[in-house]
Design a protein around this ligand. Structure first.
Ligand code: PGA
Length: 225
């Protein structure tokens, strides 16, 4: 595994191109299954996709996670983020979230459509992927988790105060993510460099959930300062 360095714009453009091709090659019988992330990292990928001529009508999406306790029209809910960033301007086959109704069935739902073809992933400053916080075992599935103080603090920049950040989330597990056929892990910003290097070159340990990606047969890692 190696870390590919480039500008944020070039990385976003490249990944948007991969998605563009897979979406346009898909058919009703053979849909494209796309795993999506929220947060600041994938923002530019969605901007690129909106400027391309992509046919998403045979694309089924599964988002990585969602906060517990926020209505879907709350501006910080991940459903709201995705609607605004991509879904409202494109016509998809379907868009799925591990919300309070669906999270118990989420892994089966993904398996039933043949698994995720491309999963986009960010990394937290504590090494989390999705909301799999340090200490998460390799065989974890989609479930409700408690967010760590570190994550609540990192995410408070999107809220008025730290008190408003939900303390729990529903998230795909490590096992769920590891079943994806291709994974693009993206780290954007100098503050992510140290944890990314530990995750990719250090020991594989539940204390750095992203380190499990070293065992994935087809994970590409991108870093921009
Ligand atoms: P960010 O979050 O893209 O907002 O930096 C990444 C993550 O916490 O997984």
């Amino acid at each position: 595994m190696r870390i590919r360095k480039n500008t944020y714009e070039k990385i976003s453009h490249q990944i948007a191109n991969y998605i563009h091709k897979a979406a346009n090659d898909s058919t009703y019988e053979n849909p494209f299954i796309l795993g999506l992330a929220t947060g600041s990292t994938p923002h530019q990928i969605y901007e690129e996709l909106k400027s391309m001529d992509v046919d998403f009508t045979n694309t089924i999406t599964f988002n990585l996670d969602e906060y517990v306790g926020l209505d879907e029209d709350h501006p910080q809910s991940y459903k709201y983020f995705m609607e605004k960033s991509l879904f409202k301007s494109q016509d998809f086959h379907s868009n799925n979230f591990p919300d309070s109704k669906l999270y118990p069935y989420y892994d089966s739902m993904i398996d039933n459509v043949g698994g995720i073809d491309i999963q986009i992933l960010g990394i937290g400053t504590n090494g989390h992927i999705a909301f799999n916080e340090p200490g998460t075992p390799r065989d974890s599935k989609t479930r409700i988790v408690d967010l760590t103080e570190n994550t609540i603090k990192d995410n408070s920049r999107f809220f008025e105060s730290m008190d408003e950040v939900p303390k729990q989330a529903m998230t795909m597990g490590i096992q769920t993510i590891m079943k994806s056929k291709t994974i693009y892990l993206i780290a954007h910003g100098k503050h992510k460099k140290e944890i990314l290097e530990k995750a990719i070159y250090g020991d594989i340990t539940p204390e750095i959930p992203a380190s499990f990606l070293q065992e994935h047969p087809n994970c590409e890692v991108f870093y921009s300062e």
